[in-house]
Design a binder for this molecule. Structure first.
Ligand code: COA
Length: 163
């Protein structure tokens, strides 16, 4: 199986990012929303590819660095490409970029019932540092708590146990 490849998204790839977001979330962000987000100071986007000779854009991460903290704004992998280490590689890419920008920690906010994302962040070594009651990004439905998780950037998350 081919290894994931993570690259910086080019400024003209907002539509690709929006398509990937729509493939991963019930409430998609359109290209304009992605462009507005990337216009914020410290914001950046990564694309994750799988597929060897004919790589496919299969995942993305949107993030930003402010002062000494990085923040993952959104990360997703298309359903057909999950459990191949692509999200882990994307978070490692975000961590590397945030570290280069001067951050010493990465914050990740996640719906507490998003078991895949919580498992991913824990696997990378993140610790829960706060809980936001009533937070919800789900269409309809009852509000859910969010967990704020923090990953110290002392090592590469791609080298976390079990990788
Ligand atoms: C969460 C998500 C990004 C994970 O992507 P992925 O590429 O499948 O994750 P990886 O293959 O890198 O997984 C790395 C580790 O995370 C954990 N993990 C990932 N998905 C998991 C799941 N469904 N159940 C349990 N653990 C999971 C495992 O420990 C996994 O390691 P392993 O496969 O060796 O057991 C993906 O499921 C997704 O896009 N979900 C919808 C969007 C979303 O919820 N994004 C996060 C909130 S912003």
């Amino acid at each position: 199986m081919s290894r994931p490849v993570v690259v910086a998204a080019r400024p003209d790839e907002t539509a690709v990012l929006a398509r990937l977001h729509a493939g991963c979330f019930a409430r998609p962000w359109d290209g304009d929303a992605v462009a507005r987000l990337l216009a914020q100071p410290g914001a950046f986007a990564l694309l994750g590819r799988l597929g060897g000779d004919r790589p496919v854009d299969a995942g993305f991460a949107l993030a930003r660095t402010a002062a000494d903290e990085g923040e993952v704004l959104s990360v997703g992998v298309l359903p057909d490409y999950r459990r191949r280490g692509l999200a882990r590689a994307l978070i490692a890419g975000v961590a590397g970029r945030a570290r280069a920008d001067g951050a010493d920690a990465l914050l990740l906010e996640v719906d507490q019932r998003n078991h895949a994302a919580v498992a991913l962040y824990r696997r990378l070594g993140s610790a829960e540092v706060a809980r936001r009651p009533g937070y919800s990004r789900q269409a309809g439905g009852r509000p859910r708590d969010a967990l704020v998780m923090r990953l110290a950037l002392t090592r590469d998350p791609a080298e976390s146990p079990g990788n």
